[in-house]
Design a protein around this ligand. Structure first.
Ligand SMILES: Cc1cc2nc3c(=O)[nH]c(=O)nc-3n(C[C@H](O)[C@H](O)[C@H](O)COP(=O)(O)O)c2cc1C
Length: 276
């Protein structure tokens, strides 16, 4: 099947599929097979201590794949202090990572977490695409007003940052299709072809996978952790409390998408079964 949406055209990918940002794991060895399999692999910039280390990783990514790939940078909300390299940064510090990616020929820039218009402006000035990820429709509307080329909206079923106004993926995508003109990327709890097709039917022009790809064969996550995630019972009270709780941002839990994954298939197998 040929998948053609405004997003496959911007990304230059075979499938309307984009890899999530992954703190800790979002490096070339994880992203390159994703791009090779026909989606848009994403290198998470803040996994690299300095723009120099990030540049080296982009060089490595280009050795591993000739297919399109993008980068992510999470702009931390002032009140959040994370681990890894998620320390507070100035605008110039964030922009230093963007300059490196531009110099390496990256064309797709994804931002998340907090206001990133200053990044979008620089990306547009360079003639590249800016996709922003939000957890609410209102933030998605703000991103459209700020001229984002696409908005990813993560539903309550997803993992990562939450907001008191976060809605489910079903509500987000159907409403966003009515309220926005900008192409939408669906995220949150999507783990197989039903979720993918449902998202496209609701009006998304691409789908972003986080949890579902972390448990794939190519993911550098430890096998034990993948097995633990795949075997997570998403219907327990304990899991329910954790996944729908706003404090989820303090730890990384598998999202509702693990309910759809009972094996750690390879990306290629995953794509073949689901989209062809
Ligand atoms: C291990 C892990 C690390 C993540 N790290 C980040 C991150 O650094 N920045 C970000 O914006 N999102 C991050 N996310 C969220 C994903 O990019 C994506 O938005 C989310 O996983 C989509 O929901 P899903 O897991 O239901 O597919 C992470 C997700 C996982 C599973």
């Amino acid at each position: 099947m040929i998948w053609k949406t405004r997003l496959t055209q911007m990304m230059g990918t075979k499938y309307p599929v984009i890899m999530g940002a992954f703190i800790g794991l979002g490096k070339a060895n994880f992203a390159a097979p994703f791009s090779e399999a026909g989606g848009l692999g994403i290198i998470t910039a803040l996994n690299f201590k300095t723009p120099y280390h990030f540049k080296k990783e982009l060089e490595r990514m280009k050795e591993l794949t000739d297919n399109p790939f993008g980068i992510n940078i999470s702009v931390l909300p002032p009140q959040i202090k994370g681990g890894h390299h998620l320390t507070e940064k100035s605008r110039d510090e964030y922009l230093a990572y963007i300059e490196v990616a531009l110099s390496e020929g990256v064309n797709i820039f994804t931002t998340s977490a907090y206001q990133a218009t200053f990044i979008g402006e620089r990306v547009h000035e360079a003639g590249c695409y800016w996709f922003h990820k939000s957890a609410t429709i209102n933030h998605a509307i703000s991103a459209e007003k700020a001229s984002a080329d696409a908005v990813t909206i993560v539903g309550l079923e997803g993992t990562g940052f939450k907001n008191p106004l976060t809605q489910t993926t079903l509500v987000n995508i159907t409403m966003a299709r009515r309220l926005l003109k900008t192409p939408i990327i669906a995220a949150g709890g999507i783990g197989d072809s039903r979720g993918f097709l449902g998202s496209i039917a609701m009006g998304a022009e691409a789908v972003c996978f986080g949890t579902a790809v972390k448990v794939c064969e190519e993911s550098p996550a430890a096998l034990k952790l993948k097995e633990k995630w795949i075997n997570e019972d998403i219907f327990t009270e304990d899991y329910h409390q954790k996944i729908y709780h706003l404090k989820l941002r303090d730890r990384v839990l598998p999202s509702m998408a693990v309910g759809h994954r009972k094996k750690n298939h390879s990306y290629k197998g995953f794509y073949r079964r689901n989209y062809e």
